[in-house]
Design a protein around this ligand. Structure first.
Ligand code: NAG
Ligand code: NAG
Ligand code: NAG
Ligand code: NAG
Ligand code: NAG
Ligand code: NAG
Length: 367
């Protein structure tokens, strides 16, 4: 539950970022949104429920970890609903390597990402989608933005800095104003938003990469359980492109067309507590927020969606041996999810220059 103390901390943090981004929602508004999410979830008409639940059960059986699912979320993916759109934040980098394993020697709990993509119109799998995945490392640092994220985590003023803002808020659709609506698109980026994107400061690329789902809309990628950083709970970012919207360059990097979805996967608090006790996560000096205190979690859970992955521990009693995180993502195939990074954009050059123009001296988002 959302606690009063958390609401106060939150409110104070919000106050400090008003200058940069207009008025963020109050703690009460976030709470209200969460309650709304629960009500919508309960009231949802269940479409294709049996088919979807069966598909998930089959997958679990095939992978033989059904009995090991220790951090099972309260959802069996039987709802054919849209996965809400949530900001990509300032740390997305286009043109990353096409590879299945993005670990690149980063220390942490090995994680197999096990994701199914379905079309919310038909409840059928979406074949061969491209998935760009990225996260911070166990101590909260994003490759490409190491100086900025490290400074933020030690209380500096970089993105996610404790002293600058507790969290980034959705730019909403009203010219950068924070959205207080609670629909599936209220956390979406928009091309007229004021989100500040900084160009990468280094050329590292650990925990970043693009891989393709198979014909049955199933994606398998390898990474580590993300750590956390100032103002956020642990999360893993994705951007999704339909088959025709992606290709591979000669140098094995991804050429992106228009994305259909941008979002973030979350993890059960009870799971992250255990992860937090393990090396090297226990050397992370930044306070980890719980999901209920994370401003983006409620947006990603809008309209009845469950944004936490199911976590199966491959060796019970030894999380360090690895986990499998699974989740189903419902796609709206006619939606176009904007790209605001100014790094490299093979798609819409107009959007690209728009993003470049909106780049400001201070990026004070934690996303
Ligand atoms: C999945 O959840 C739905 C809705 O709660 C329920 O009707 C259905 O029986 C469940 N299916 C399985 C296989 O657990
Ligand atoms: C992924 O790469 C890491 C090294 O970066 C390696 O330790 C791990 O075994 C690889 N995972 C798989 C499933 O191959
Ligand atoms: C995370 O990345 C930073 C920058 O490369 C590095 O200094 C730090 O040691 C990494 N954390 C872990 C746990 O390896
Ligand atoms: C790219 O995706 C958009 C939706 O974002 C879709 O309308 C378009 O048809 C796709 N293009 C190709 C070549 O598949
Ligand atoms: C890889 O190729 C793409 C497309 O030609 C190019 O834009 C990009 O700069 C190249 N990346 C590297 C690291 O050379
Ligand atoms: C899917 O995206 C289209 C285009 O943005 C939009 O008109 C439609 O309402 C969306 N469908 C749902 C279920 O959100």
């Amino acid at each position: 539950m959302f606690k009063l103390t958390a609401a106060l901390v939150f409110a104070v943090a919000c106050a400090s970022q008003v200058i940069a981004h207009g008025a963020p929602p109050s703690g009460a508004a976030i709470l209200q949104r969460r309650e709304h999410n629960v009500l919508v979830g309960r009231a949802l008409q269940r479409r294709c429920g049996a088919t979807l639940a069966k598909r998930k059960a089959e997958r679990m059986r095939k992978r033989a970890y059904n009995g090991l699912s220790q951090f099972k979320r309260d959802a069996n993916d039987s709802l054919c609903i849209l996965t809400p759109e949530v900001t990509q934040g300032p740390y997305h980098i286009l043109g990353e390597l096409v590879r299945q394993n993005i670990t690149q020697s980063q220390q942490g709990v090995p994680m197999e990402l096990d994701v199914d993509f379905i079309d919310i119109d038909t409840c059928e799998p979406v074949s061969n989608v491209w998935v760009d995945g990225w996260s911070c490392n166990a101590t909260g640092v994003y490759s490409g933005y190491e100086a900025a994220s490290a400074a933020a985590n030690s209380g500096g003023t970089g993105a996610g800095g404790a002293s600058s803002s507790a969290s980034g808020f959705p730019s909403g659709t009203a010219g950068g104003q924070t959205s207080t609506a609670s629909g599936a698109y209220s956390g979406a980026d928009s091309s007229d938003s004021s989100i500040a994107i900084d160009a990468p400061g280094d050329s590292d690329n650990f925990l970043r990469g693009v891989w393709q789902a198979d014909e049955s809309g199933h994606l398998t990628m390898y990474s580590i359980v993300p750590g956390w950083y100032s103002g956020r709970s642990a999360h893993f970012h994705i951007k999704v492109y339909t088959e025709g919207n992606g290709s591979i360059a000669d140098n094995a990097t991804f050429i992106a067309g228009s994305a259909v979805h941008t979002g973030q996967f979350f993890f059960a608090d009870s799971f992250m507590e255990q992860v937090g006790n393990l090396t090297p996560y226990n050397t992370n000096t930044v306070e980890r927020l719980t999901n209920d205190d994370d401003a983006w979690f409620a947006y990603e859970n809008a309209e009845g969606y469950t944004a936490e992955m199911d976590i199966a521990v491959t060796d019970e009693g030894d999380i360090m041996a690895g986990v499998i995180g699974s989740i189903t993502v419902g796609l709206n195939l006619t939606y176009s999810s904007v790209e605001l990074a100014n790094y490299w954009w093979a798609g819409d050059s107009e959007l690209s220059s728009l993003a470049a123009a909106s780049e400001t001296a201070s990026a004070s988002f934690a996303v």
